[in-house]
Design a protein around this ligand. Structure first.
Ligand code: XUL
Ligand code: MN
Length: 431
């Protein structure tokens, strides 16, 4: 291995061939009994979608995982097909929504890419090796407000068939309560009782769609539940209205679980449920607190001035992190939905560490990327933000698993946080 490490030059053909030969030998030369501990410990093993030399079981080989050149060789930016293969070899399951293949419009300009059909998006998701798709109610049933319950059932079932044929799961359904003229002043907290009723009715239809699509997870991003000016609503009454709305959903379907996705602002000046603390606190006031949990979006936590890793640890202490929207955000400005790790790799690393130490995904939770292409992105690069986010995530899983916990513990015991800080930076830089 040392020889391979020494020989490696980024563009050396011989080194590549040599590594391949060693790799083949290590695979074929194993004489241990399949399935035994020794067998798993011998030769190369796959971990987090990458090949490692027995490092999961045998700490003696852990050095090899620290950005070994062989790994660098096989982890170069890959075309989509190779990235797909990589994703198939890990323990996490990945997901995105049809809105994440967006057309580039912003408040100041029109789309920069032509719209694509849902079928095309599903095909891309499948081709890239993602496992599930997340939905708004009207992603599943377009123009939902003008359709009867019978229509809603028919279209949802047709969609379920398409998903089954593609081998793709529906991760969640979220009512889009921020588009209609009836939700201009908020949905559940609107000052108009007729509008509040619309929001409840629409939410219950969303629960029906979830049932047809075979998921018990409802996501509530409470987009307009807040104010542009404080005097327009009564905060206490709004909190009570939110509890009433949650109670109606919980009573309507005894199987569903509701994940609240907090966001502190945008579109509102101030939202009523800005953080995970607020989401979990309001869950306690409902008729069935154990069925109300949360979804953390990295960018939303950053907009609240919080570290998303702390939000993850907090939610997972309660066993209530049921979904995740990983992305990135460059400071306190409009919601950017940048690729995961794009602005702050260390913050991304700490999110992955928090997920790893809490066992996220063990109960079937998905890692979803709520990321958007840049407005400048050309059609031929339209899916890169999704592939790159997953790739960065998997690289950071490897970084989390090869982090030198023992030295970190010693430095913490010595209160030598300067050295700890540098150790983290050098680990991330690969030196
Ligand atoms: C809004 C946001 C939404 C939700 C789904 O900022 O993140 O995409 O995730 O309704
Ligand atoms: Mn989101």
């Amino acid at each position: 291995m040392c020889l391979c490490r020494g020989l490696y030059q980024p563009d050396s053909h011989i080194a590549r061939k040599f590594c391949a030969a060693i790799f083949g030998w290590a695979q074929l030369g194993t004489t241990t009994k399949p399935g035994s501990h020794a067998h798993r410990n011998a030769g190369f093993i796959r971990q987090a979608g990458e090949w490692h030399w027995g490092c999961r079981m045998n700490p003696a080989f852990r050095w090899w995982c620290q950005e070994a050149p062989f790994l660098a060789l096989i982890s170069r930016p890959t075309p989509y097909a190779a990235a797909t293969l990589m994703a198939k070899q890990r323990q996490y399951q990945f997901c995105f929504g049809p809105w994440n293949i967006s057309e580039g419009q912003d408040p100041y300009g029109p789309p920069t890419r032509p719209p694509q059909t849902f079928d095309w998006k599903l095909k891309q998701l499948k081709k890239l090796g993602f496992d599930a798709m997340m939905f708004h109610d009207d992603d599943a049933v377009p123009d939902i407000d003008g359709k009867s319950d019978a229509h809603l059932r028919k279209e949802s079932k047709e969609l379920k068939q398409k998903l089954d044929d593609a081998g793709v799961a529906a991760e969640m359904v979220a009512p889009r309560l921020w588009f209609s003229p009836k939700t201009i002043d908020g949905a559940y907290t609107s000052n108009d009782p007729k509008c509040r009723q619309y929001a409840i009715d629409r939410s219950l239809r969303c629960l029906d769609i979830a049932g047809y699509l075979g998921t018990d997870l409802i996501v509530l991003w409470l987009a307009r539940e807040g104010t542009y000016l404080r005097e327009a609503k009564n905060g206490r009454r709004s909190t009570e209205l939110l509890v009433q709305a949650l109670d109606k959903m919980l009573a309507y379907n005894k199987k569903i679980h509701i994940s609240i996705e907090p966001k502190p602002n945008e579109p509102m000046d101030h939202a009523y449920i800005p953080t995970i603390g607020h989401a979990l606190a309001i869950a306690q006031l409902t008729r069935d607190p154990k069925r109300v949990g949360c979804l953390i979006e990295s960018a939303h936590a950053i907009l609240a001035g919080l570290d998303p890793a702390d939000e993850i640890d907090f939610a997972m202490t309660f066993g209530k992190l049921w979904s995740l929207h990983l992305n990135d955000q460059n400071g306190l400005k409009f919601d950017q939905d940048k690729p995961f790790g794009s602005s702050n790799l260390r913050v991304a690393f700490n999110q992955v560490r928090a997920l790893e130490r809490n066992g996220y995904g063990k109960h079937g939770e998905y890692v979803c990327f709520d990321v958007h292409p840049f407005r400048t992105t050309k059609v031929e690069h339209w899916l890169a933000h999704l592939v790159n986010s997953r790739r960065t995530f998997l690289r950071l899983v490897r970084k989390a698993r090869t982090y030198d916990e023992k030295t970190a513990r010693q430095l913490i015991a010595d209160r030598d946080y300067a050295a700890l800080d540098q150790m983290v930076l050098e680990h991330l830089m690969g030196e």
